[in-house]
Design a protein around this ligand. Sequence first.
Ligand code: FO1
Length: 321
Amino acid sequence: MISVLAGGVGAARFLKGLVLAVDPSDVTAIVNTGDDTILHGLNISPDIDTVTYTVAGAIDPERGWGLADESWTAMANLARYVAVRPRGSTAAPDWFNLGDRDLATHFYRTARLAEGATLSDVTAEIARAWNLPISVLPMTDDRVGTMVNIIEDGRESTVTFQEYFVKRRHSVPVTGVRFHGIESARPTFLAHLANSDGIIIAPSNPIVSIGPIRALPGVNEALEIARDRVVAISPIIAGAAIKGPADRMLLELGFEPTVVGVARLYAPICGTIVIDQQDAHRRDEVESQGVRCVVADTIMRSPEITKALAETTMRAIRNGD
Ligand code: FO1
């Protein structure tokens, strides 16, 4: 069994290549739910949906989130209510775009959770509806919320992850991140970690995508024990993130936004780190952090390149013993 610790777009693209390189029925994606939010009374799990839609081949390829061939009639009609919304009301949140087709997923998830199903159950049902060849598991069935401290107009405040990422287009400085509810949340996947032949840390944001998964009670310790079977793919290439604010966020929170900084963060829990060929000259510095270093093409521009990256990652797992 292969477990993949996953955030959103980068992880989803990697999984799409992994299923070409190994038997997909051996793969479980363990997905961050710290980005989950409730809007319009709907339970929205963006990273789970990004993984599901991408592996299903249904994702919008340009945006990297939401469904292809989407229409936006429901969103357009919200404008009518924005105009009459009383001051202070959070109804009609028009800053978070939910496509008409995508809404069906949130309707189903919300209704099933209201019936008492767990998020794990519902996620498996949605995966089945999309004929996914892999298993998708939320990191926890309990509510965890990533909260971001930001500075805006010179003032510090705390907002939810989506209020930072989408509403403010991750354009404001971050001074801290915490995971509300994490202490009492139970991970769904400790047995998976113990039984996995390999654990892959996908190329996701180390702070807000992999961070919540690691912070669940018992997970970091389980990864330390499994360390020789854990391989991480750096989401940072030549000092920058391909997509999203990972580079800026690392810097703002006092970490080095380079492959060396990523190696330092992951060294306690991973035996090998895969870095991009553009960073090949930093191999010795990465290894000086106490991890083995493998160089590959990590920019997932095509299914062939992504499959080759997955094969390299699998070889690194096998050589970890
Ligand atoms: N990202 C945006 O930048 N703008 C949006 O309006 C937006 C809507 C959205 C709806 C459903 C969904 O599953 C994802 C959505 N995302 C949107 C992406 C999401 O905010 C991020 O991908 C993750 O939370 C970060 O991994």
